[in-house]
Design a protein around this ligand. Structure first.
Ligand code: ADP
Ligand code: MG
Length: 287
């Protein structure tokens, strides 16, 4: 499913002393099956934007189309939007509330009006996707689980709705590096399997650069840059001026180049850097 955002503005507390313009004329198109990274400093408007995409927030002005359908129209039901668009909130584990893991993940599917068998199948499948052992955990209280497991339960609750558009708002915030890599891998492999549209929100370039098809950089409620990771990383000055760095390995490659070691500049991963440096070393040996 595609996502199209036209001239979207959002102002919190309009007309009060606390008025904040959180979104300032956002225009954006995401194709069906695209995997994009939405990145920006804290306060740049990422969460405000994502909450518009599942109807939780209404635009102050502007339109949003999901697969061509205007979800900002008055006649549209929230339930119909949420069938298509699944949003995993920032720190979603704060919203776990049922007495068992099973019931918590079942909440969304029950609201979709699915049969009991279908719900059971979806819970099992969603738990498998995020690598939670079904038998071991289904009857446990979500509150007794580790932080990482709670996060997975919350993500499974959204996956069990099988949304065609999946939005994850900083899904790895506060996790250790291993938990972080695992969750990102699981999101990526789900995308590869079902070709859903994925919007992954992060404030870390390192996290998303190697995963996504395209990066969208937000700054002060506007879109500052968009392009592939390699395209965006060439804009080092712009990125630094808005408080975002590029991955350390990309910096290293730039430094080498500045010292007249001619290497590609658009390196994203340590493996690519290694290959490029080895190539350069071999070239020197033969010279
Ligand atoms: P991000 O997710 O990129 O950190 P947010 O969308 O949370 O950014 O915030 C964008 C701006 O809107 C910030 O200035 C923030 O303080 C403000 N803001 C966010 N949520 C609210 C709210 N519920 N009420 C008032 N202002 C808000
Ligand atoms: Mg946020």
């Amino acid at each position: 499913m595609s996502v199209k955002i036209e001239n979207l503005f959002h102002i919190y507390n309009p007309g009060s002393p606390f008025e904040t313009k959180a979104l300032d004329d956002i225009n954006l198109e995401i194709k069906a099956g695209e995997f994009v990274g939405l990145i920006g400093h804290t306060g740049s408007g990422k969460s405000t934007l994502t909450q518009h995409l599942n109807g939780l927030l209404k635009p102050s002005k502007g339109k949003i189309y999901i697969n061509g359908e205007d979800i900002t129209s008055k006649d549209i039901k929230l339930r119909d939007i949420r069938k298509k668009v699944g949003l995993v909130f920032q720190y979603p584990e704060h919203q776990l509330f049922e007495e068992t893991v099973y019931k918590d993940i079942a909440f969304g599917p029950i609201n979709l009006g699915l049969s009991e068998d279908e719900i059971a199948a979806r819970i099992r499948e969603a738990m498998d996707l995020v690598k939670l052992p079904f038998e071991e955990l289904k009857d446990r209280s979500p509150f007794e689980l580790s932080g990482g497991q709670k996060r997975r339960v919350a993500i499974a609750g959204v996956l069990a709705m099988k949304p065609e558009v999946l939005i994850l708002d900083e899904p790895t915030a506060g996790l250790d590096p291993r938990g972080r890599d695992e969750i990102l891998e699981q999101i990526k492999s789900l995308h590869q399997k079902v070709q859903n549209t994925v919007i992954l929100v992060s404030h870390s370039m390192e996290d998303i650069a190697r995963l996504v098809d395209r990066i969208i950089v937000m700054h002060k409620g506007k879109i500052a840059l968009t392009g592939t990771s390699r395209e965006v990383f060439k804009e080092v000055e712009t990125l630094e001026s808005i408080g975002l760095g590029i991955p350390q390995i990309t910096y290293l490659m730039k430094m080498l180049k500045e010292n007249n070691i001619q290497l590609r500049e658009d390196i994203l991963t340590i493996e690519e850097a290694k290959e490029e440096i080895m190539k350069w070393l071999r070239g020197r040996k033969n010279a």
